[in-house]
Design a binder for this molecule. Structure first.
Ligand SMILES: C[S@@+](CC[C@H](N)C(=O)[O-])C[C@H]1O[C@@H](n2cnc3c(N)ncnc32)[C@H](O)[C@@H]1O
Length: 328
């Protein structure tokens, strides 16, 4: 019954009804928390040889709790943390009578993490749609290095703000150009505090690497090499440029910021087209989300399926079907 309890609680908070919320197709981000949690288990099982049974897992930014629940059901001993007390309330309601999970209100980038958990106490840390919400990536990753066992690993999924799709319409606010603007410019278009920080994948790779988590295994969940030829990307860049040229906004300072952001984005794209491999360009701009693992060198992190090495990013797996992974 716990999921129903969570839906009731959430529905009351957003002044809706459980029926209305569950009727939406596809389910909204909060309502799909359990389904997305199950999908994570499948993705991990398809990609590497990892059994959650007995693993000590930390779900950072656990929000509605679905991922924590899925990993607990798969046999892991799970702790979930979130900076928001409201989210922890939802997660607890969701897990009630379903899974034994320890939930805490905690800022993952604060030193309080080290007062709450022992050094080396996790085998697996999940950052699902979380990296883009944490300003201080370095303090976060320093904490993860402290929390992870010698053979531990981090699984992450983060939106790619520099895919033309998200430049055209930012994933949270659906506004053109937000992702190429620094968050302190967002107030021109969106009145609230941003708390979303788009960074290139190389930003995260550099910081994880600095803290010893230099082994990367990226997952091509979206089959980007088949789906996103350079021609399509170039067409989207043209569309972005045309939109920026014809932009209507009363504030000339904002217009300048946005045009500068778009120009910088366009120049980087064409520089990459001229100076890097087609696969690099496809992966860097064609991916809507980046998904994968960070781990220390001592961790066994071998893909079950075939991989390709992309200069500048590292090893990227091909997406395998569930049957192929089971047979591997
Ligand atoms: C987009 S939600 C993702 C929730 C969940 N992982 C999922 O995929 O459904 C981002 C979550 O990160 C949490 N968060 C943001 N900054 C945080 C921080 N410094 N420490 C812990 N959690 C944080 C937010 O409160 C929010 O619940």
């Amino acid at each position: 019954m716990a999921y129903e309890d969570f839906v009731k609680l959430y529905a009351a908070d957003v002044k809706s009804t459980p029926e209305k919320l569950l009727d939406q197709k596809p389910l909204s981000f909060p309502m799909s928390t359990l389904v997305r949690g199950e999908a994570l288990i499948e993705t991990v099982a398809r990609t590497i040889d990892l059994d959650f049974k007995g693993k000590r897992v930390l779900d950072v930014g656990c929000a509605y709790g679905g991922f924590s629940i899925a990993m607990a059901k798969a046999g892991a001993k799970v702790s979930g943390i979130d900076i928001s007390a409201k989210f922890i309330e939802y997660a607890k309601a969701n897990a009630l009578n379903t899974a034994e999970i320890e939930f805490n209100v905690l800022d993952a980038s604060s030193i309080d993490v080290r007062k709450t958990f022992k050094k080396g106490s996790f085998d697996f840390v999940l950052l699902n749609d979380v990296l883009e919400h944490i300003y201080d990536t370095a303090s976060l990753v320093a904490n993860l290095d402290w929390l992870l066992s010698d053979t531990g690993m981090v699984f992450f999924k983060v939106p790619n703000g520099f895919s033309p799709r998200f430049v055209l319409s930012e994933g949270h606010r659906r506004i053109f150009g937000l992702t190429v603007l620094d968050p302190d410019c967002w107030f021109y278009l969106y009145p609230k505090r941003a708390s979303i920080f788009y960074r290139p994948l190389s930003h995260f790779q550099a910081i994880f690497s600095h803290f010893g988590l230099s082994q990367t295994l990226l997952i091509d969940e979206e089959r980007v090499f088949a789906r996103m030829p350079q021609r399509k990307l170039k067409e989207q860049i043209k569309e972005i440029f045309a939109k920026a040229r014809n932009l209507e906004h009363p504030d000339p300072v904002f217009k300048t910021y946005l045009r500068q952001g778009i120009l910088r984005f366009r120049n980087e794209f064409f520089y990459d087209v001229e100076n890097n491999t087609p696969e690099f360009v496809q992966y860097k701009y064609g991916s809507y989300f980046f998904t994968g693992f960070f781990a220390r060198k001592s961790t066994k992190l071998k893909a079950l399926t075939s991989t390709r090495a992309i200069q500048g990013f590292g090893v990227v797996t091909e997406r395998a079907s569930a049957e192929a992974a089971a047979a591997a």
